[in-house]
Design a protein around this ligand. Structure first.
Ligand code: ADP
Length: 397
């Protein structure tokens, strides 16, 4: 089946056309500056690359049209006609408590997505716009599926998702832990079972999605039972620019001292904190690694603080599940930084995890990176959210 995967943001739209039969990417790219002017990028194996060329994109509809035009282009396209697109899968950030899995989109689903907007006011409107644009351009004949970042975590028990706040805030306002990166955690857990040659239902896994945004998830028998992100993606680990968990009392203290309103405070917590805030150098772990090697102590501290945070979650989730069979590393840092993987998983021999420094010295490839006699396995698994979205879409369409 040929599935178009769409990840729409407020002014950008990433796309991939995948063949779910052989799991190949036929073409992929990016529309940027939607609503401003419009830049279009397109890459397909064996074809000419289109790199950030000007294409007017007043709305997401023109962006989708540009994608379709490129896909069917006589010289550079990969399909003969739009009719070859069997279905469209959309990444949707927040499904609230309504969606515990992917769904085929209809009017009822659209209404439920609208109802979730207050939970993700920046992301869901853009996702909805992307869906409407596809409906308008492709017509009602092509099935559209929504795949949620939150859905995989809907299996968490109340003890993991309830905040110790007055209970009516959960009942009336749906304030609870939702968790994010669900598509990635689900994908790598399935790959882990395949790599270990064991049924997913029999495994206790800890999945570490370490990128610009980072989260750790405890997966017991294939189900998410706890995760580090919360009501919003601001919770849990320190990240590129987000603070992660902190004492809420700090907010009042800093807002009072610097006369900040809540918007300014949240801007600091979302965009100026994390490893960027601590280092004062960069939110990019490659820059921090270099700066640290050149003797920048704050850059080194930022990386140490991040690694330490991941290690603490691994310990916590092993305790929460009463054991662990494998720890998975994925996303930008998890896939590409042998040094950080080693720093995170060192000193975990006490719980049966012994890293193999030689096996760990790889990037971006599915590999076991613990020693053959390690009771708990450490796995490097490149994530593939687009493939997961395409497979869910194909199954539902
Ligand atoms: P997101 O999808 O959340 O934007 P990614 O999963 O692409 O993020 O991860 C981006 C992060 O991965 C960046 O901080 C980047 O520095 C880090 N990264 C990529 N390659 C390396 C590397 N070789 N060593 C360390 N960090 C890396």
């Amino acid at each position: 089946m040929k599935v178009l995967v769409i990840n729409a943001g407020s002014s950008s739209l990433k796309y991939q056309l995948l063949d779910t039969g052989n799991q190949q990417v036929l073409a992929k790219g990016l529309c940027e500056r939607i609503g401003i002017d419009g830049k279009f990028t397109y890459k397909a194996p064996g074809k000419d690359t289109v790199d950030a060329v000007d294409v007017p994109m007043p709305t997401h509809s023109e962006a989708i049209q540009a994608v379709l035009d490129a896909l069917v282009d006589k010289a550079n396209g990969v399909i003969a006609s739009m009719g070859e697109i069997d279905a469209v899968g959309h990444r949707v950030v927040h499904g609230g408590e309504t969606f515990a899995g992917s769904v085929r989109i209809d009017d009822r689903v659209m209404a439920a997505l609208e109802a979730c907007i207050p939970l993700a006011p920046l992301h869901n409107p853009a996702n909805i716009t992307g869906i409407r644009a596809c409906q308008a351009v492709l017509g009602p004949g092509v099935p559209q599926v929504a795949v949620f970042d939150t859905a995989f975590h809907q299996t968490m028990p109340p003890v993991a998702y309830t905040y110790p706040l007055p209970y009516e805030y959960y009942e009336k306002d749906k304030v609870r832990r939702y968790g994010f990166h669900g598509t990635s955690h689900k994908y790598v857990s399935q790959r882990a079972a395949a790599m270990l040659g064991k049924p997913l239902e029999s495994l206790k896994l800890i999945s570490c999605h370490l990128g610009n945004g980072s989260s750790v998830t405890a997966i017991d028998g294939g189900k998410s039972v706890d995760t580090s992100m919360g009501f919003t993606p601001l919770a849990g680990l320190p990240m590129g620019t987000r603070s992660g968990d902190l004492d809420a009392g700090i907010l009042e203290y800093l807002m009072g001292r610097y006369n900040l309103d809540i918007g300014e405070m949240l801007d600091i917590l979302n965009k100026k904190s994390g490893v960027l805030g601590v280092s004062g150098v960069s939110s990019d772990f490659r820059d921090l690694g270099q700066a640290g090697e050149q003797g920048n102590r704050r850059a080194a501290l930022a990386v140490d603080l991040f690694n330490y945070g991941v290690k603490k979650y691994i310990g916590a989730y092993a305790a929460a599940m009463g054991g662990v069979d494998a720890v998975i590393f994925t996303a930008g840092v998890g896939e590409n930084s042998p040094e950080q993987r080693l720093a995170i998983a060192s000193d975990l021999e006490f719980m049966g995890l012994k890293m193999d420094p030689a096996a760990n010295n790889v990037r971006g490839k599915e590999t076991v990176i613990s020693t053959p006699d390690s009771k708990v396995k450490a796995l490097l698994i490149p994530t593939n959210e687009e493939l997961m979205i395409a497979l869910d879409t194909a199954a539902l369409a």
